[in-house]
Design a protein around this ligand. Sequence first.
Ligand code: 5AD
Ligand code: SF4
Length: 473
Amino acid sequence: MRNYIETPAAELEANRLCAKRINEQISPLGLKYHIEAYGCQMNGHDSERIAGMLVECGFTKCDDKASADFIIFNTCCVRDHAEQRVFGNVGALKALKDANPRLIIAVCGCMMQQEKVSRHLYKRFPYVDIIFGTNELHRLPTMIEAALMGERTLMVRNIDGEVTEGIPILRNGTFSTNVNIMFGCNNFCSYCIVPYVRGRERSRSFERIFSEVEDVAKCGFSEITLLGQNVNSYCSPESGMKFPALLDKISGIDGIERIRFMTSHPKDLSDELIEVMATNDKVCKHIHLPVQSGSTRILEQMNRRYSREHYLELVGKLRQRVQDIEITTDIIVGFPGETEEDFNQTLSLVREVGFSAAFTFMYSPRPGTKAASMPNQIDPAEKKRRLLALNAVEAEMLKTNNQKFIGKVGKVLVEGFDVRDGQYFMNGRLSNFKSVYFPFDADEAAVRGMVGKTVDVNIVDTTNNSLIGELNG
Ligand code: 5AD
Ligand code: SF4
């Protein structure tokens, strides 16, 4: 059943010992680290692992690059002209390196998994000490130890199907956190580079996931987001357990109040999952279901393996079965060969569904993917026009969609606060992911004490993206 191997325990142990040695060497010096992360939640969660290892090595966090002794860029290559940006940012570190010769500079993440890019970076910037790909995260202590001895490392391996367990994680936040349930992707959507840089799909052991969630619950986290490129195809390597059953099991863990998950591929969204969302109170009434295009013809070219009609059918089922569910999505405009008619189908789908948020992107060709060499690439100015037109339709839909909440009462898990004109405003989310602001009259200690609590809020107004409420009672 298991289609991967776990990183050998001896390798992890060697890195743990290495971190200990580094700690003894550097902790008297009070060295600081700074992480700059790009990209998705998955990459963000990798940054928490990087931070975990750096703390084990004896570094402490700092927010500003100029005072850091270790700077790491955790890169992403899914969209945009990310390369130019990263190369530019790395170039700008030269002055800091000249001013602080003990500064260690590292670059990692999806973009570095593209060997052509990482080799180029290695040659072009001799003052970058460490470059590594997505399969080497756990080896960071070894690479730091080498850097402390003046050696450079470039490590990008094209292994497939390894899962690394047991890396220390320094979690951001105090009540909401992420837990990986699977890595990689087998779908090969024709525009997407993820399968090439994150490898083939592999589900994590159920026991490992369960005990990680138990641990975070004991630390006071009450909301978890289960992460994977395609969570609906989760399949436990021990027992074959599927995603809906995993959700049910995890919801039984003491202290876990809300469970979110992302991302769901429409082709794998099962009736069983819809049933769990409908019946399990801890599973949030929100699904992020990327549609990518409203045109079946383009969906075929994208290799998405569902049609417009199938997607709309899923939306119908979700709405019918899961009370108050909200749906968010990702959409690409300007895919090669996308005609005005195809684009209009996307606009009409957005109108028909009424997403509560849509993340919209201009298609950007990724080297090595099928779509990058397709004919009829769309002119950038036309892509931009379509993006703006799509965003305008989505903004209009959002306004209408938000109105339906006015007069309702919802449970808000409070995430934080800010002060406007001397007034505290708490912010948080409903189970369905809508974000809510409400004023709170209290002293700062009470305001801080409110963070992480779940409270009833009457929705009284809306802004473009959020709801405004009043504390109930
Ligand atoms: N161009 C534009 N958008 C892309 N995405 C993935 N690859 C590309 C690309 N080459 C978008 C998809 C995906 C989201 C994470 O990023 O919409 O769902
Ligand atoms: Fe990329 Fe498609 Fe896999 Fe999502 S499902 S990561 S878009 S290949």
